[in-house]
Design a protein around this ligand. Sequence first.
Ligand code: ADP
Ligand code: ZN
Length: 617
Amino acid sequence: MDRYQVLKHYFGYDSFRPGQESLIEGLLSGRDVLGIMPTGSGKSLCYQVPALMFSGITLVISPLISLMKDQVAALNQAGVHAAYLNSSLTPGQYRTALRYAKEGRYSLIYVAPERLVTPEFLDFALGTEISMVAVDEAHCVSQWGQDFRPSYLKISEFIRMLPKRPVVGAFTATATKEVREDIVDFLMLQEPLVSATGFDRPNLYFGVLSPKDKYGALKNFIQLRPGRCGIIYCLTRKLVEEVCGKLMKDGFSVTRYHAGLSDQERRDNQDDFIYDRAQIMVATNAFGMGIDKSNVRWVVHYNMPKDMESYYQEAGRAGRDGEPAECILLYGAQDTALNQFLIERGEEHPELDSFTRDLIRERDRERLKKMTFYCFTRDCLREYILRYFGEYGSNYCGNCSNCLSQFETVDMTDVSAALLGCVKECGGRYGMTVILDTLRGASTAKIRQYHLENNSFYGSCSKVSVHRLRQVFQELLIRGYLKTTEDEYRLVKLTERSEEVLSGERFFMKMAKEEPVFGTDGKGKEKGRKKKALVSGMGEQEETLFERLRALRARTAREERVPPYLVFSDKTLVHMCLLKPQTREDMLRVSGVGEHKLEKYGERFLSEIREFQKEGQ
Ligand code: ADP
Ligand code: ZN
């Protein structure tokens, strides 16, 4: 079989996605590769297809047990023999798996990095033909990445021990320049073919909202999306409990995940979500690594996360099947402060010396600033994200809350001049909160302690809403009229540009005519975006058929004890609804239906479709 036949036969796809083919070609020709592709773009296929064409075994190194299990289950579903070796197996199971591996039963073996140089594993590896080593989440070798794993440093040691060097492929979703170089160095890639696929995920809608009533906004959002799976990320465990509890009381199908729960409970809740028994997952950022669920239709951030890397990774768990999905960030005034607190407390990386820790803290502050800017920018959000990761998009994507809002140019000279004047009079000795409180004429302990009632701008903006004040403040920061010190105090200081506004130059800002909204506007009036069709080509009839096929998929998955998306993805079901296949040959034309799945499920789904059409006549 050639690579196209492998793609069709096992995976049921007709064509490769951008980036996949050159990496596959590289590996097949014996060249090391480094693939940088965003989550959901199909990294795994890049090594799975060659693995099925090599004569020897492919080892896939992956840091996450859940990810290994999921991938192996998906491969088995596609009729590929694969296994995993990690600490979730009992010693007996481990030995059995190794024996089967020695007998050559598997074409792919997923293995945890810390297993590689153990005597048991080496005994197997040194006596077998290993054609390829594929390193998933390759950024874990870098100390500068977010999830450095010392055990990843063992990979090159292991490869050097092998009698014949296999071809090595490294894959990751997040790699800045430093991390890229680390990957090449530490994995000792030999003149690798590097392929970076764009970070853009056109099927994702991005939105930022600052609702007064966050929970109310969230509830409306979910109500308008019945039956669609989603994840809600909160910054703290306490918030997870609170939001989950409220949603439960309001009758939603919801579960939760955070580090404070027992292992068992976390596993159970995660399974409930993956197997579609719970529609909504409320979680801290502990949730999601290695979750391959492809039909997550929305991700709402109940708080602003600490940096764009986290945001894009978490939001990117929506729409992995390529169908439209939504990523909404609900910004609240406390979010920045809460993140600042978490940075200064700095509980991460206890193993590092204080100099390195300071460096990291500085980096984190800078990242938080960029994240905050994302919440306040009025330019295209997608453009902002892409620029952050070093790419350029168009200035208008038409699929984010800023591109879809109407803006007007508003003269903000008075407010900005007051803000700058207040900072000047304060001599740059205070942080943002004190400055804004002074302008609003608040009477807090700090205001009284520093005698800021005597500041000539005290109360000068009492008619301006706090949100508006914050917007102006952030705009002044973004455009360089103000800066904050790079330490934990973040004192607000003037810059060379401040004088322009202070000496009377006018200051304009682009403001949304109305806040982008979804759901009702609190007065019970329907506003904002209507319930969206799953895909544009689907009419009412197709939607109904989709629900029927979804139910059949759920029954099938229950019988087989696999997650529904491993039977067929949402995308495959949608394609089925549009094609309405009548024969087995028709069925093979559906994207995501390979030979093996046709054998297993073809008849059931064909007869459901026929049934549906008969009833409709
Ligand atoms: P990643 O590892 O990059 O996050 P996955 O490998 O899990 O992404 O792939 C995401 C989804 O895209 C999976 O459902 C996969 O089956 C699907 N996919 C991958 N390659 C293709 C392709 N060439 N055509 C259609 N779907 C694909
Ligand atoms: Zn846009």
